[in-house]
Design a protein. Structure first.
Ligand code: HEC
Ligand code: HEC
Ligand code: HEC
Ligand code: HEC
Ligand code: HEC
Length: 195
């Protein structure tokens, strides 16, 4: 009788401790749950991962490769040479981790050299930092962009100082590229239309 009561208390304590761990951290909770059950989504994994040197894509929440490929096709716009597996246009086969040419030469193999298009180049274009704004492989956004709307410009430009001038104080969330060309222009302000 006495022994049974002790056992009972130990069981209770065990349950309390387990349920504490279960809920306090999602990572630990995932660890515990995935030990016990199959198919618990890992909160620390990105939704999809591209398997290196392959266009096979795997949705981490699914074990079915075929259905997950379809999902990813909807999510990502693939850069044409990436989609067509022309990896060697940009990489040395024996050193896949980095591009085989500096930018913008890498990009200018196939794209127009903006030096020939514009009188003035935007700072990061002049320095060849195409990948500050573009993903070379794929993006969920149009034009392979890394951020949407104003965010792409606000990676480097400061809204506090911009919004105080006449030209910007009323733009609200108008995209910067409504008025500015992101690559270059006739003069330093990169305006799409002459003032
Ligand atoms: C248009 C040029 C281009 C093509 C085509 C291209 N890559 Fe890349 N890749 C890059 C650039 C540029 C980087 C460096 C990215 C950075 O520094 O932000 C890179 C980085 C990588 C990396 C390093 C890790 C990473 O993802 O940043 C791997 C691995 C890679 N590429 C594999 C591939 C494979 C496999 C293919 C073909 C299916 C491919 N690339 C096609 C331009 C390209
Ligand atoms: C091997 C040739 C090749 C190289 C190298 C290349 N591109 Fe492209 N790129 C293409 C083709 C082809 C398209 C599709 C053109 C079209 O649809 O008119 C394209 C399209 C794009 C687009 C538009 C995508 C869209 O969805 O509208 C961007 C942005 C771009 N490339 C950026 C880059 C950058 C940045 C680099 C250098 C890191 C680069 N490209 C290097 C061939 C290339
Ligand atoms: C400051 C950010 C930024 C940098 C740096 C940049 N781009 Fe872009 N790029 C953009 C944006 C934004 C668009 C989409 C333009 C639009 O939708 O009107 C774009 C569009 C493009 C396109 C699609 C066709 C077009 O002209 O609209 C290509 C190709 C391209 N960029 C290539 C490049 C290359 C090559 C470099 C490097 C020499 C580069 N970009 C550097 C922001 C940038
Ligand atoms: C990777 C950093 C970076 C990003 C992203 C960026 N810029 Fe710039 N931008 C610069 C640099 C650097 C200069 C040159 C500043 C200088 O010479 O004082 C510049 C200059 C400019 C200028 C000319 C005015 C001046 O002070 O020289 C305009 C206009 C401009 N950027 C607009 C934009 C727009 C619009 C976007 C988004 C499409 C954008 N920038 C995104 C770095 C960036
Ligand atoms: C409604 C059109 C419009 C929009 C939208 C716009 N700009 Fe401008 N911007 C201008 C004009 C016009 C000038 C030229 C000012 C001059 O000539 O003195 C300018 C000048 C600039 C300059 C250089 C002079 C300065 O004020 O520092 C930068 C940098 C700049 N814009 C960045 C941006 C960024 C970043 C965004 C988005 C958050 C943006 N602009 C959105 C019209 C616009």
């Amino acid at each position: 009788m006495h022994l049974n009561k002790n056992k009972y208390i130990i069981y209770l304590l065990f349950i309390v401790v387990v349920s504490l761990f279960w809920t306090c951290s999602p990572k630990f909770g995932y660890g515990v749950k995935s030990l016990l059950f199959d198919g618990v989504p890992d909160p620390y994994k990105v939704e999809v991962s591209i398997i290196k040197d392959s266009l096979l894509v795997k949705d981490s929440t699914s074990t079915n490769e075929i259905s997950s490929t379809a999902i990813v096709k909807n999510l990502f716009n693939l850069h044409t040479p990436y989609k067509e597996r022309e990896c060697s246009k940009c990489h040395d086969r024996n050193n896949m981790d980095k591009p085989r040419l500096p930018s913008p030469e890498l990009c200018n193999q196939c794209h127009e050299d903006f030096n020939n298009t514009y009188k003035v180049l935007h700072g990061p274009v002049a320095s060849g930092d195409c990948t500050e704004c573009h993903n070379p492989h794929q993006s969920k956004l149009k034009s392979l962009l890394k951020w949407s709307g104003q965010d792409i410009c606000l990676q480097c430009h400061n809204m506090e100082t911009l919004f105080i001038d006449e030209d910007h104080k009323e733009i609200n969330d108008t995209s910067c590229t409504e008025c500015h060309n992101p690559h270059g222009g006739d003069n330093i302000n990169l305006l799409l239309v002459k003032q």
